[in-house]
Design a protein around this ligand. Structure first.
Ligand SMILES: O=C([O-])CC(=O)C(=O)O
Ligand SMILES: [Mg+2]
Length: 415
């Protein structure tokens, strides 16, 4: 592990500090180039945009940019370490936007006093960009911040830790349920954790057909039930009218455990109590709610996913955010709505059912085969089919649902 630590620090430090830089897309060698790029030529697009704001998409980089914005209050699973400490993660998201979807992302770390200050700051700069990816903002503030910014901005605002995570979780869950021979409307879910990812995952699974009364969500105080008086409005959405109070009470007979909480909170004895053919997504990073080795030792009929890249079935929002923004930007979507999110879920899920090209296998030399089944319920991040499939599905859904401002895709779009 200390080897990885030094490698990671060196990776970030050399040959230049950080992970991203600005590149020019136009010639800037001659005096004519400069006369076009800057004074006097630059005045022409200025006049066009002043007359019609939509021309910003035509004459500037707006339509291919995303701002990755945080306040550093919930950095990965590391906690509230402040905006500056979040910068490597935000640069990392920018790297992934560029690497997987050729989107130019800018990281922005905001220091603020009140939530209103944060919202005002983001609103004030939003028109610069084609979209806003909110990242690593703690619950429950993240809910209000996102909802308010969606209202105030004309571009998509998407809290990745809620919806990116939820979309990938739902895609993997639909596949895992099918492999285990379970119907989503009959499945009993235990969700350990009640933060941004938990609320978003369970809300999206309800939209995919899960029944609210079959969901038991737990926070630090235990099961979230209708007689609790300490719940915020987001947790209240999942208050179950039940006498069950503890993880042990609800895990008995459960079909699914989703962990978005902390390390080692699920025991082997808990897993033994689950229904036949259970599904466990233990997504806490870096240490899951239960180690896969321990879970498999007690249940041979289990499908297991984690947030980690060194086990099968990695549930990580990188399978979603570059591609959902690609599709949204390409049709100038005003919002990322439920139709677009569900289109992403189904595009990601269906890709895992198809044969994997040799280049994907080559990118994962440690795995011998990637065939739809208990060890492969989600595509791999390096799968080049993710970009065209997910972006196309999202763009089409944006057009069909009335969120797009460009209502036709080129016939060869992303082919
Ligand atoms: O960065 C990741 O790997 C996933 C993520 O958004 C988080 O943990 O906050
Ligand atoms: Mg995050």
């Amino acid at each position: 592990m200390s080897d990885l630590r030094q490698k990671a620090l060196d990776y970030h430090q050399f040959p230049v500090p950080g992970k991203t830089a600005v590149a020019l897309t136009k010639a800037a060698s001659t005096s004519l180039d400069l006369a076009l790029a800057y004074s006097p030529g630059v005045a022409e697009p200025v006049r066009e945009i002043a007359a019609d704001a939509a021309d910003a998409y035509r004459y500037t980089n707006k339509g291919n940019t995303v701002a990755v914005i945080t306040n550093g209050t919930a950095i990965l699973g590391l906690g509230n370490l402040g905006p500056l400490a979040a910068k490597p993660v935000m640069e990392g998201k920018a790297l992934l936007f560029k690497r997987f979807a050729n989107i130019d992302a800018t990281d922005i770390e905001v220091k603020h006093r009140t939530n209103e200050d944060f919202i005002n700051t983001v609103e004030a700069i939003a028109d610069t960009f084609g979209g806003i990816n909110l990242e690593d903002i703690k619950a429950p503030e993240c809910f209000e911040i996102e909802q308010e910014l969606i209202k105030r901005c004309n571009i998509p605002v998407f809290h990745d830790d809620q919806h990116g995570t939820a979309i990938v979780t739902a895609a993997g869950m639909l596949n895992a349920l099918e492999i285990q021979g379970k119907q989503i409307a009959q499945a009993v879910f235990v969700c350990m954790g009640a933060g941004a990812a938990a609320v978003a995952c369970m809300s999206l699974l309800v939209k995919c057909g899960a029944l609210r009364e079959n969901i038991y969500m737990l926070d630090r105080k235990g099961v979230i039930h209708t007689r609790r008086t300490d719940l915020n409005e987001y947790k209240s959405l999942f208050a179950n009218n039940t006498d069950k109070r503890t993880l042990r009470d609800v895990i008995q007979g459960a079909d699914v455990f989703l962990g978005v909480s902390g390390a080692n909170v699920l025991s082997a004895e808990d897993i033994e109590l689950m229904a036949e053919r259970p599904i466990v997504f233990a997504c806490s990073n870096p240490d899951p709610e239960i180690k896969p080795e321990l879970a498999h030792a007690v249940r041979k009929d289990l499908i297991m996913g984690t947030g980690r890249s060194d086990y099968p079935n990695q549930v990580n929002n990188v399978l979603c955010f570059p591609f959902i923004f690609r599709g949204a930007l390409d049709v100038r979507a005003r919002r990322i709505n439920d139709e677009m999110k569900l289109a992403a879920v189904h595009a990601i899920a269906s890709l895992a059912r198809e044969a994997v090209p040799a280049e994907v296998l080559a990118a994962y030399p440690d795995v011998s085969s990637l065939i739809f089944g208990p060890e492969y319920v989600l595509p791999k991040p390096m799968d080049p089919r993710l970009l065209p499939r997910v972006a196309r599905a999202v763009a089409k859904a944006a057009i069909a649902s009335g969120s797009a401002q460009v209502n036709e895709l080129p016939v060869d779009y992303l082919l």
